[in-house]
Design a protein around this ligand. Sequence first.
Ligand code: GRF
Length: 201
Amino acid sequence: KRIAVFASGSGSNLQVLLDRAAEGTLGGAQVVLVVCDKPEAKAVSRAEQAGVPVLVVIPKEYPDKASYEARILEELRSKQVDFIVLAGYMRLVGPTLLEPYRGRILNLHPSLLPNFPGKDAIGQALEAGVPHTGVTVHFVDEGMDTGPVIAQETVTIEDKDTKESLTQKIQAVEHRLLPQVVSDYARGQIRVNGRTAEYLK
Ligand code: GRF
């Protein structure tokens, strides 16, 4: 399978996917394209370093979201991308991309959805004073972090945790869970069926 990874930030999850694909331990998936909406993001240099083509698309250079996404879609088609992984891509996916790739877009989110969707999920969990938060990988639909859940893992919040320490714990889980789900998906072991994602093992 040929995958595209979308990232807006540091790209640590992108790096794990690039490394696993290069090692041949990502269920046979190859990363054939990285899409980034921020030219200065570290994700761009990570992709370049790995020798993977990068499409940098700056939303404000397009008249609207549909034409911005149409540019991305053109590149996905030319690279024959089978599925998309959003790894810290900080935008809602619109219908231009969602319709052709429905059920084939995975997102990573740093909370146990449906709790704490949207921005700063880690800060939201700390603020709420909950004892546990976690990591979710889910299929993307038109909502904000609302599509069918594929996998979740819990992370305990301790009294001594700060934003930094909790972020580190969550990232460690992300770096394990995301490649596992991507690998299973590439091997055809996960399907989305209406509102439900299921493992077919
Ligand atoms: C991750 O915590 C992910 O859950 C969230 O954005 C962060 C991206 O981190 N959606 P990185 O860019 O992969 O380091």
